[in-house]
Design a binder for this molecule. Structure first.
Ligand code: SAH
Length: 463
């Protein structure tokens, strides 16, 4: 029977030729923002095609299980299509959803969370709350990491084309604060004027690999970091003279590696302080070069506020702030609860968190360096008894040893902030096995115009 089915399947399976033109309707969107067209059940992924659009598509590539196509002609267009943007440029990698109206982006992000909860957590149609959208839909990023390369003999700054290291020169980054764009452009022109060579990845030559800039959303303070291949080079003193008064922190990061990590292990302070200060929800935070800091401050403030509201904090609560970064989440609620314990793997960030507690006259918060999956079991052994646990892990989600230890405390509530719905859904399954119930999930759009989905969730201990 199986054999017959397979034979029939092969008989009817259509062969596709490269450059063949196919007409079809876009039935779906990948999480990367490519339209999906199915011909005889064989899917093609198509750039710049939105759901419900009828298109003529040219076949670019045919694989075993899927292919890639390119729009030749739109027979109909989606009402959600944004007409006045340069889609080719945005979809090169800077803004995967720049061609989709903002309300549709928000809807799509929510739907992704619904889908992943169904697929990975066996929760059909979980009532995920509407995505909390941003007022500022572009120019929101407070941080840039811009590669510097030579393009046709000219030093250029821009971004790498998707899945490549080809630099696309660009001077308006669209989703980044304009003050950051201005500084990138100024620094590039200074490099040209001072004849400081950009890095050449192939030949492993040249000096400047990246320009990294951070800008305090509320404070306006600027940190400028040049990622370079050596500590001393001609033109450096001129750069210091030019930028020491323009930025609050000017640093070198010396990166001699051939890998993809932006920063090297060594930093050198050229002028100002080795941190900038910004504020969130009315508290001040020092942020050093290596520390994580949410790139969309206005939306991150909404995210944290929502997390506190979900937690229903009480004055006598002992709270854990896991994956704490510079302490933004824990310190933001320290004056509403009895104790805050936070842990974080980057030592500089924990130094910031401790200073930030003092800066805001907070004496009931304790921050420790270490991997959450080791610190959490240790705290349980030490007898720390949390009422509420906040987790805010990187994309890979939580480790089993963390979940075991966290749930063993029988904390009343777990607040899970996630930047990856897939690992979040996986971890929800574990929490539910250990006696918790997923009650609420809400996406908050921290990254308008891009594919990134952030969510906050409430899990409570079953009675
Ligand atoms: N809560 C902070 C930081 C969240 S980002 C904020 O809102 O700003 C996730 C943080 O987890 C980063 O600071 C990262 O350095 C840290 N991290 C990554 N892996 C970790 C681990 N295994 N244990 C503890 N912290 C980790």
């Amino acid at each position: 029977m199986d054999f017959i089915k397979r034979v029939c399947y092969h008989k009817i399976m259509r062969k596709f030729q490269k450059n063949e033109i196919i007409q079809g309707k876009v039935v779906d969107l990948t999480h990367e923002g490519q339209g999906v067209i199915k011909v005889d059940n064989f899917p093609f992924f198509v750039e710049n095609a939105l759901p419900a659009e009828e298109i003529k598509m040219k076949v670019l590539k045919v694989g075993k299980n899927f292919g890639f196509g390119k729009v030749e002609e739109w027979l109909s267009q989606s009402p959600d299509r944004v007409q006045d943007v340069n889609v080719t440029y945005l979809r090169t990698g800077i803004a995967d959803f720049g061609h989709m109206a903002y309300p549709a982006q928000l809807h799509f992000k929510r739907q992704q969370v619904v889908d992943v909860l169904r697929k990975n957590a066996h929760k059909p149609d979980f009532p995920v709350l509407e995505t909390l959208g941003a007022e500022q839909e572009t120019q929101y990023r407070n941080k840039a990491q811009v590669p510097v390369r030579s393009v046709n003999g000219r030093t250029e700054t821009g971004f790498f084309r998707k899945n490549s290291h080809d630099l696309v020169p660009i001077h308006d980054f669209y989703i980044q604060s304009p003050e950051i764009d201005d500084l990138v452009n100024q620094v590039r022109e200074s490099l040209i004027r001072l004849n400081i060579q950009p890095y050449d990845e192939q030949r492993k030559r040249g000096i400047v690999r990246n320009i990294v800039i951070r800008r305090g959303h509320h404070s306006g303070q600027m940190m400028l970091i040049l990622v370079v291949t050596k500590e001393k080079f001609a033109g450096l003193s001129e750069l210091v003279a030019e930028y020491s008064n323009k930025v609050d922190s000017f640093q070198l990061s010396i990166n001699t590696s051939t890998g993809n990590a932006i920063f090297g292990s060594k930093f050198k302070l050229l002028s100002g302080k080795d941190y900038i200060t910004d504020s969130m929800l009315g508290k001040d935070f020092q942020i050093s070069a290596r520390a994580f800091y949410q790139v969309n401050t206005a939306q991150a403030e909404k995210l944290y506020q929502l997390a506190y509201d979900f937690a229903d904090l009480k004055a006598e609560d002992v709270v854990i702030d896991a994956y704490s970064g510079i302490g933004t989440i824990g310190l933001g609620m320290a004056d509403k609860v009895a104790q805050v314990y936070g842990m974080e793997i980057i030592p500089e960030a924990v130094e910031n968190a401790k200073t930030n507690a003092a800066l805001n006259d907070i004496t009931n918060a304790h921050y420790e360096v270490g991997p959450a999956e080791e610190v959490m079991p240790k705290w349980v052994q030490d007898g720390i008894q949390p009422d509420v646990i906040f987790v805010d892990p990187p994309r890979k989600g939580l480790d089993e040893s963390f979940i075991k230890a966290a749930t063993a405390t029988q904390a009343r509530t777990i607040i899970y902030i996630s930047c990856n719905p897939a690992t979040f859904a996986r971890d929800v399954v574990r929490f539910e096995e250990e006696g918790y119930l997923l009650e609420k999930v809400q996406p908050v759009d921290l990254f308008p115009q891009t594919k990134h989905v952030e969510t906050v969730a409430l899990l409570t201990r079953k009675k």
